[in-house]
Design a binder for this molecule. Structure first.
Ligand code: ATP
Ligand code: MG
Length: 647
């Protein structure tokens, strides 16, 4: 498939931070003089005491040691809250849009400061101090951000657990990090339904399953009442009832941990990724500013959940460090119907919308309904994150949501990278649907073959990052060996992303999917992303997942799972049409051997397709599916097994 090129819209070019020339020279500067470059960028934060060291990083075997700004001191909460009081006290820090259409509120930086300081004092009463771990299992309400910031204020290390996780998954994470306190809510609301959070925590902690937990703090978000456990449980409002708003921000070293966050678990058992304070904050702030070309009066909406790294870096830390108004949405894009996103954009005059391909495809499956009842003319920039965005979904997002006026920044990054590494930065480049395009400043992506030899020019290979950047994870909690093993042992002296990528003639990057998912059909390497995109480009296909299975002649055969668009009949004739379609759109090499109709696909709770499970079903070897704790809906898997085609 040859790429269609979309120029950056003119409106975005006006006063943009970057253009192709300034991007190129700044990038050059960042990689040839990283010390000087990052020394200067560090000044975007407020430091309690300055750093004299900037970059001390080693990827050497046996000595993975990553430190940035190592002798500086600061506080992340101070940078997100206190320092804005002088000039932005009355500016809205957080706009909250509830699950129901008419429920919302605005919180100024002044109020944010009061709430965070009070809650931090409350946590202090429970004995929380610098270095302690605190688990946060909260709905998407402002208090989730208060809780994160209050931990940061005290120097406690938070670990946010996505509110869709089961009691077992909570217990695993709480125990892995040894949390002293769990912060939750009686109930969350999603899509018009209640989500029982407190009962899940109770179950996770039952039978002394989590011995490190001393207290549970419960926010009263709805009227549902659950039993409180004496001595352990305390209501949020009672805890802060007598707390004052004076709570000095702890002096933290740049390399003190800010948070632990477990990865999505797409490829296996989740990893407890550790991010520290100084480098992470510099990187979150800078990437947020440049990727979204942020202006002082912007209303910025990242529709992710704080349970994922996107929520950490681009709902809370990045935007608030920059003094940006950040919108938090409690609900789902399809409730009460698919027009919700557009209506929220109009209501709050949103300028920047950042969401995920999984949400975009869900809306796209309903045709143009998502655009009904809203104009979306305040939008300036759209973003995408989490999976490769299929060109078809890109075009739909561009035209239907963005009225063909707004660039799409397709941001490639990982929990481990802390912030965006590759994206089409406005207005540094034109756009190619499906391509993440260019590296951020200081980031050196390279492609290598399976032996680690660097590949030059237009080619495809394993994506590695040659040198450190400030937002990089420092370790896996309590397991530095697994950190080295996972990211630094496949190829020596570089960071291995686990993803594959293609670089085109212009030097732009295309993420082809996870390296483990790459197919080898009769000696031809095929990325899952490309075949899936070809399928999604057909008008009857809403979503597709492609995996390989052992094949006697070809080495690997191609097994395709397809979800059809609402109202389309999934029959044998359509199968034939899709086979021909893929042959024509992509190549006869990519001819599917099996097409299984799949009303639903197994996804992580962050919405990513879990191909490792689909691979097992396709290979008729489904007895041991590995870690399925992060699966959003296990019943999907049972029905796929039941209807499998390769028996
Ligand atoms: P685990 O590491 O536990 O298997 P995960 O990799 O899904 O889980 P995340 O850190 O949330 O956990 O996701 C990062 C991955 O998501 C990337 O490595 C990449 O495969 C995919 N990804 C994220 N953004 C993009 C994008 N814009 N284009 C293509 N792929 C993306
Ligand atoms: Mg990963």
């Amino acid at each position: 498939m040859s790429a269609h090129v979309y120029p950056m819209p003119d409106a975005v070019k006006t006063d943009a931070r970057l253009n192709p020339e300034t991007y190129a020279s700044k990038y050059q500067d960042s990689v040839s003089n990283p010390e000087a470059f990052w020394a200067k960028e560090g000044e975007r934060l407020t430091w309690f005491s300055p750093y004299s060291k900037v970059k001390q990083t080693s990827f050497a075997p046996g000595n993975i040691d990553i430190q940035w700004y190592a002798d500086g001191t600061l506080n992340a909460c101070y940078n997100c809250v206190d320092r804005h009081l002088a000039e932005r006290a009355d500016k809205t820090a957080i706009i909250w849009e509830g699950d129901e259409v008419d429920v919302q509120k605005s919180i100024s930086f002044r109020e944010l400061h009061e709430q965070v300081a009070k809650f931090a004092n409350g946590l202090k009463k429970l004995g929380v101090k610098k270095g302690d771990r605190v688990a946060i299992y909260m709905p998407m309400v402002p208090e989730a951000a208060y809780a994160m910031l209050a931990c940061a204020r005290l120097g406690a290390v938070h670990s946010v657990i996505f509110a869709g996780f089961s009691p077992n998954a909570i217990a695993d994470r709480v125990n892995d990090c040894g949390a002293k306190v769990v912060i939750t809510s009686n109930e969350g609301r999603r899509g018009g339904k209640g989500v029982p959070l407190k009962p899940n925590v109770d179950e996770a902690l039952s039978d002394d399953a989590c011995p490190t937990v001393e207290h549970v703090v419960i926010l009263k978000h709805t009227d549902v009442a659950y039993d409180m456990q004496d001595g352990r449980d305390v209501w949020w409002h009672e805890l802060i009832g007598d707390c004052d708003t004076d709570c000095p921000a702890e002096v933290m070293n740049a390399e003190d941990p800010l948070f632990i966050l477990y990865t999505s678990g797409s490829t296996g058992q989740p990893k407890g990724v550790v991010h520290t304070t100084g480098g992470y904050m510099v990187y979150a702030s800078m990437t947020h500013e440049y990727t979204f070309d942020i202006r002082e009066d912007d209303v910025y909406w990242c529709a992710a959940d704080v349970g994922w790294v996107t929520g950490h870096s681009y709902i809370v830390y990045g935007p608030l460090a920059n003094g940006t108004t950040t919108l938090m949405f409690e609900g789902v894009p399809t409730y009460p119907d698919v027009s919700r996103i557009g209506k929220v954009v109009d209501k709050h005059k949103v300028n920047i919308l950042y969401t995920a391909p999984t949400a975009i495809r869900a809306l796209m499956a309903k045709g143009d309904s998502a655009a009904k009842g809203s104009k979306r003319d305040t939008l300036r920039i759209l973003g995408s994150v989490g999976e490769p965005i299929n060109p078809e979904a890109w075009e739909w997002y561009y035209k239907t949501i963005g009225n063909s006026r707004c660039p799409i920044v397709d941001t490639w990054w990982q929990t481990e990278t802390g912030g965006i590494l590759i994206a089409p930065f406005p207005a540094a480049t034109d756009m190619k649907p499906g391509s993440a395009m260019l590296p951020f400043f200081g980031v050196k992506p390279k492609l290598v073959d399976n032996e680690g030899q660097e590949l030059q020019g237009a080619t495809e290979g394993n994506l590695i990052i040659e040198d450190s950047w400030p937002g990089q994870a420092r370790t896996l909690w309590g397991d530095h060996e697994r950190f080295e093993q996972t990211y630094f042992s496949t190829y020596k002296n570089v960071y291995f992303t686990g993803d594959g990528a293609r670089r085109d003639e212009d030097g732009d990057f295309w993420i082809t999917g996870r390296v483990d998912d790459v197919l080898n059909v009769s000696g031809h390497r095929l990325g899952t992303a490309e075949i899936e995109s070809a399928l999604v480009a057909h008008e009857c296909v809403a979503e597709a997942a492609v995996v390989g299975y052992p094949h006697d002649l070809k080495g690997q055969g191609i097994y395709v799972y397809v979800t059809v668009v609402d109202g389309v009949e999934a029959n044998d004739e359509l199968k034939k049409t899709l086979v021909q379609w893929v042959r024509k759109e992509l190549s006869p090499i990519a001819t599917p051997d099996y097409i299984q109709w799949s009303p639903g696909l197994p996804k992580t709770r962050s919405g990513k397709i879990m191909r490792r499970i689909l691979r097992k079903i396709a290979g008729n070897d489904y007895s041991n599916l590995g870690d399925t704790s992060t699966l959003a809906d296990p019943s999907v898997v049972d029905s796929l097994i039941e209807n499998r085609l390769n028996r």
